[in-house]
Write a protein that binds this ligand. Structure first.
Ligand code: NBG
Length: 847
């Protein structure tokens, strides 16, 4: 615990909590440590959230955050006004997920006032490092897709692009993962339990959103959606500062609420408390949790409500702002809308933006179909993030008719017109229509195919890595490509170098700045290539090694703190962290560890001494109802339990399950990593983005030719990448071969599985997991993800890793080459490409 005013014995001040020598004065634009300290004191005293006698780290964090927010608000307001005045075309990024993580370090780092804040806090008796640890992660997303959205926001602001993020203000974000003797347990995450200093409620920004009801047709044929229930969408804005620029964009998160007039006082007075506030409680459910389980009909309806809520509120807001513009003639034309507005759909989750924009334009603004369709299709673009069939959204037509009757009419019309177009101008595609149509009218289960609706209605469709975009064009969307060849693009993902190097590894960052003789790489990541010519330099290598060691020590402390396991910073730190999924093949990793353990146990001491000592860390959350993913978590923990207490092997192997993997944990793990595993079955990981973060931090990759791995390997050089496994184009044949009984398992694979079955890691029943690797076909069997096929080449690649690690100079060179080759993977590059090739927006610098 930090020294608080009380502990330090600042007489008198202890009672008020705020240290005595620092006068509480409001300096919203403070840059100088004394003024900053005063401003923090001011907030501790005059913006209280706790009893006045406390100034412990939690209170200090909030007061510090509020003082940083003061500065941000100034720039934020200026940005808002500047965009309004100059009226550029703007981008609106619609996403059901954002994984923002913590904001404090990022904000003061972007503002360039880390030093001043550290000094100010010292004056108040606190350490900046400890204060930032108090912040709860904003985890409004599941994994890569949500974190990508957050990296994109950072880059948009840093590139001075006029852009907004739109999302939902979930009361409970992604669950907290607890590890018990039974494996993973999910606990509600309480990020809003106390107070989030980073959101500002905009009481003037509120829009009605309707659900259910029916379509009324007036005598002239005009259609209007009426009735049902109406909830209010209220805006909460989060500031998104750019790095060393005034531009501060907004992430607008909607919260659902009901009005006072919807509260039935009569019923309440009559003692019918629940009925009285029915709409309030239903509104409260909308933003209660991220992704409610959709196994039940109720769950499905709620998720669809969430999606529509985001789309409707955001589009009403966008249209409102468009109408507020005043050009020279004092009026505006709808045909100008796509010249001022670009809407990007982050996956199919916000697809309802398409029929909602059509509805608003036709039913509320009076446009005809053709004009509304022209505006809509010129405005909306769609990013696909997966080819996994189970992740391609299909909504039940029955549920949709019930919740959104007018939108279903519009979707039917889009489908009808699409078919008519094929029948008149592309008769060659008629046989493909059943799979190309938006509506799948299978009488057993009629559904709307959201991806098809997006492809038909967007001006641009993009994949997130070259291989993925190629697969979209040659498989998933192949038939559309012949109709609209120029609609399909690739935009390889990226990550923000601020959070993922500059701020999470200050040690390595200063070394890079020193050797490149500039810190411009933070916003021009291609400059990292300048490190290549020093990759053999002994001085750089030794500085590089000491930064890595410092990060490894910090990580070891963290692991000790959260798991109680002692790990050796001199061992090779081998990390795989991501959502747990069979296609990501954490199972292959742990089976490899199991084999290694077994061999170590069989070795004589002198043989063991030749082995490279490893610490294998695996972390990630399993979806609550995904049985095999949960079994993987359990197995990793059980293996750790046995291996880490086995003195025969402990100098050579430790296995740690890192609990509750999230953005902040990643910021601790990635800088301390030396090897990371990105080992999905080729063709299944659309891109991956943690691979980029690890490579940027000088961590070597063992991986398959999947997603962005392909491009990372191209950039950093094949000698610096441990490649193994089948290629994407070989996968279908390998599955076929297996079905035909042609698969011959490697003895090492059999030995590893057998060892688990023998009870070496306890008597828990892992059979659903292990059985998935057996047999040649059938649901949940036949090793769909090719763990068995790739295992031998994986083990060979691991052997190459062990050998490479023994040659310290070679390893350090490879590590430097990884960082040096990571320039392409800045989200600044990705966003600049979106801005130019999809959105057609330009930078708009706040003076
Ligand atoms: C994920 C992919 C990742 C990719 C991210 C960001 C979904 C639906 N897709 O490979 O699985 O890196 O999107 O594009 O979450």
């Amino acid at each position: 615990m930090a020294a608080t005013a009380e502990v330090k014995g600042n007489n008198g001040a202890a009672k008020l909590g705020v240290p005595g020598k620092i006068p509480p004065v409001s300096y919203p634009l403070a840059e100088e440590p004394n003024e900053i300290a005063s401003n923090i004191s001011f907030h501790a005293k005059y913006s209280p959230h706790f009893s006045p006698f406390k100034f412990e780290p939690e209170q200090a964090y909030l007061a510090t955050a509020e003082s940083v927010r003061d500065r941000l608000i100034q720039q934020w307001n200026e940005t808002y006004l500047h965009y309004h005045k100059t009226d550029p075309k703007q981008t609106y990024y619609l996403s059901m997920e954002y994984l923002q993580g913590r904001a404090l370090t990022n904000a003061i780092g972007n503002l360039g006032i880390e030093g001043a804040y550290a000094d100010a806090l010292k004056k108040l008796g606190n350490g900046l490092e400890e204060i930032v640890e108090q912040e709860k992660d904003a985890a409004l997303g599941n994994g890569g897709l949500g974190r990508l959205a957050s990296c994109f926001l950072d880059s948009m602001a840093t590139l001075n692009l006029p852009a907004w993020g739109y999302g939902l203000r979930y009361r409970y974000g992604l669950f907290k993962q607890r590890i018990t003797k039974d494996g993973q347990e999910e606990v509600a995450e309480d990020w809003l339990e106390k107070f989030s200093p980073w959101e500002i409620v905009r009481h003037d920004v509120i829009f009605p959103v309707r659900f259910f009801g029916h379509v009324e047709v007036n005598p002239s044929g005009f259609r209007k959606w009426i009735g049902g229930e109406v909830v209010q969408a209220l805006a909460y804005d989060v500031p998104i500062p750019g790095y060393r620029t005034k531009n501060t964009n907004s992430l607008r998160l909607w919260e659902a609420k009901a009005c006072a007039q919807d509260f039935n006082l009569f019923l309440f007075n009559d003692g019918q408390y629940e009925s009285a506030g029915q709409l309030h409680s239903r509104a409260g459910q909308i933003c209660a949790v991220l992704y409610p389980g959709d196994a039940t009909e109720n769950g499905k309806l709620l998720r669809l409500k969430q999606q529509f809520f985001l789309c409707s509120a955001s589009l009403q807001d966008i249209i409102f702002r468009f109408k507020q513009r005043k050009d020279a003639s004092g009026s505006w034309k709808w045909s100008e809308f796509p010249k001022k507005v670009s809407v990007q759909l982050n996956d199919t989750h916000p697809t309802l933006a398409i029929p909602e924009l059509m509805r608003l334009l036709m039913d509320e603004e009076g446009l005809g179909w053709d004009e509304a369709w022209d505006v809509t299709t010129k405005t909306i673009a769609y990013t696909n993030h997966t080819v996994l069939p189970e992740a391609l959204e299909k909504w039940s037509q029955t549920v949709m008719w019930k919740l959104l009757p007018r939108h279903m009419e519009i979707i039917e019309e889009i489908d009808k017109r699409f078919m008519a177009m094929i029948h008149t101008s592309r008769t060659d595609l008629e046989s493909k229509l059943p799979s190309m149509r938006i509506l799948d009218n299978n009488p057993q289960k009629p559904v709307v195919r959201m991806a098809n609706l997006c492809v038909v209605s967007s001006h641009t469709v993009n994949g997130v890595a070259q291989l993925h975009s190629d697969i979209l064009k040659s498989e998933l969307f192949v038939d559309y490509v012949s109709i609209w060849p120029s609609k399909f693009q690739n935009k390889t993902n990226g990550i923000t170098p601020r959070r993922w190097l500059r701020f999470c590894s200050p040690e390595l960052s200063s070394i890079i700045t020193k050797w490149l003789n500039t810190d411009q790489w933070v916003t021009n990541l291609d400059l990292l290539a300048g490190l290549r010519k020093f990759a053999d330099n002994e001085d750089l290598q030794s500085e590089w090694a000491s930064a890595k060691m410092a990060n490894k020590r910090r990580l070891s402390q963290y692991i000790l703190h959260v798991t109680g396991a002692t790990i050796d910073p001199n061992s090779l730190f081998d990390i795989q962290v991501k959502r747990i999924h069979e296609y990501k093949r954490q199972l292959m990793n742990i089976l490899g560890v199991i084999y290694r353990y077994k061999k170590l146990k069989e070795m004589k001491p002198e043989e063991k001494r030749k082995m490279t000592s490893r610490t294998v860390m695996i972390g990630g959350k399993a979806f609550a109802t995904y049985t095999n993913a949960k079994l993987i978590v359990k197995l990793v923990n059980d293996v750790g339990g046995v291996v880490n207490t086995d003195p025969d092997v402990n100098d050579y192997l430790k296995v740690v399950f890192v609990p509750n993997y999230n953005v902040s944990v990643a910021e601790m793990l990635i800088p301390g990593s030396e090897l990371s595993q990105h080992i999905s079955t080729a063709g299944m990981e659309a891109s991956g983005t943690s691979n980029m973060k690890f490579a940027l931090n000088g961590c070597l990759i063992i991986g398959t030719l999947d997603g962005a791995n392909v491009e990372i390997r191209e950039e950093i050089g094949e000698d610096n990448f441990f490649l193994f496994g089948a290629r994407a184009d070989e996968v279908p044949k390998l599955r076929k071969d297996r079905e035909n009984g042609l698969f011959k398992p490697d003895p090492r694979f059999e030995e590893a599985k057998q060892f688990v079955k023998s009870g070496a890691f306890g008597s828990y029943d892992y059979s659903p997991l292990l059985d998935s690797l057996e047999g040649n076909s059938g649901y949940g069997r036949g090793d769909y993800f090719l763990v068995g096929h790739d295992f031998p080449s994986y083990m060979d690649a691991q052997e190459r890793v062990d050998q490479a690690y023994k040659d310290r100079k070679r390893w350090l060179k490879m590590s430097i080459m990884s960082t040096a080759g990571s320039g392409k993977f800045s989200s600044d590059r990705t966003i600049a490409e979106y801005a130019k090739e999809i959105w057609n927006i330009q930078e708009c610098n706040v003076p």
